[in-house]
Design a protein around this ligand. Structure first.
Ligand code: BYC
Length: 304
């Protein structure tokens, strides 16, 4: 079926279908960025595996960090259905020609940050990603279904960490509050620039890649999170948050988007550290990739 007809009927575009070059390029850009975010996102939480406060917490955190690697794999595989090569995408990440989410350029200073990332960052990710399960490009949409299920578990574990801390000793509650204070605004920035400054939104929405605008999703996240903060007994660092009966939404204060643009440009607190670690891990792993390629070539030869 023709591309425009498929979109008009809310059908899914599959790798074999014809698609405009610009649609393909937009998908490669977004899916690659998304994949890169998943694997760079392993770093801030990985930082706490060796210092998790109990065996149970450690096992859960290890599973979560492994899930993020898995999400990266599904997404690189989805990008490859568009005719690009995973090794090239990684080269572009390492060369600074492709982006990853701003949120992973903030440090994880205390154990409570692991809770805040689960609750707020994975919470924001779910709000952004559930509509992507209906993305017009089939392989991306299908990858998102499983990712969203796992993200829901991640969000719950973060909430539970913060709930435990918030109901513990005063120092534990203060640690939880501090983590929420530091992660709140960067989590709102994850949704991207405001709609008026969003380069790609209008076209991506017309193509059915994005189903909602950046600002709509940000509002949805605030509406979902404010009541959860009340259950936790923690406050959000925004005195302007209040329910607006007329709009049927929470009002909230202005996000400092100059900070988002600075972080995207490479000037966040941890950009250099994250990239240096990623490049070093890639170089250290070269022998594994070579061995895997040699093994698979040997098996293919034997099968032939
Ligand atoms: N950070 O026109 P716009 C996770 C860029 S992983 C960095 O609105 P678009 C998790 C944007 O790329 C979470 N860059 O763009 C993992 C564009 O620049 P380019 C990752 C950002 O694509 C491990 C420019 O700004 N989630 O949850 O229509 C552990 C203009 O923006 C950001 C995804 O990737 C940002 N925050 O909308 C725990 C979801 N925002 O490309 C958790 C999929 C904007 O022209 N991606 N930019 O150079 C999306 O939904 C969309 O790509 C975005 C941006 C909403 C992020």
């Amino acid at each position: 079926m023709h591309f425009e007809e498929l979109l008009a009927g809310d059908g899914r575009v599959e790798p074999r279908d014809e698609m405009p070059d610009a649609y393909r390029r937009t998908l490669v850009r977004q899916i690659a960025q998304h994949a890169h975010s998943e694997i760079i996102g392993m770093q801030p939480e990985g930082n706490w595996i060796s210092r998790a406060p109990s065996l149970r917490r450690k096992a859960i955190l290890m599973a979560k960090v492994q899930d993020e690697a898995g999400h990266g794999l599904y997404l690189y595989a989805a990008a490859e259905t568009l005719g690009v090569d995973r090794a090239d995408l990684l080269d572009q990440l390492h060369g600074g020609r492709q982006k990853y989410s701003s949120i992973f350029n903030y440090p994880t200073l205390t154990w409570a940050d692991v809770g805040a990332i689960g609750w707020l960052v994975d919470g924001a990710a779910i709000v952004n990603q559930v509509p992507l399960c209906r993305c017009s490009y089939g392989p991306y949409a299908r990858a998102m279904v499983r990712i969203c299920k796992e993200e829901s578990f991640h969000q719950r574990q973060g909430f539970e960490i913060l709930h435990t801390l918030a109901h513990g000793a005063p120092a534990q509650k203060a640690m939880a509050q501090d983590a929420v204070d530091r992660y709140w605004w960067p989590s709102l920035m994850m949704f991207g620039p405001p709609d008026d400054d969003s380069t790609h939104s209008a076209q991506s929405m017309a193509w059915g890649i994005k189903r909602f605008s950046n600002d709509d999703l940000r509002q949805r996240f605030v509406d979902m999170t404010v009541p959860q903060a009340e259950v936790l007994g923690l406050t959000l660092p925004d005195p302007e948050i209040r329910w607006n009966d007329e709009r049927g939404h929470y009002d909230f204060g202005a996000v400092d988007f100059t900070e988002l643009f600075e972080v995207i440009k490479g000037n966040g607190p941890c950009n250099r550290e994250r990239m240096a670690h990623r490049v070093a891990a890639h170089e250290d792993g070269a022998w594994v990739r070579e061995a895997a390629a040699a093994y698979s070539a040997k098996r293919a030869e034997a099968a032939a």
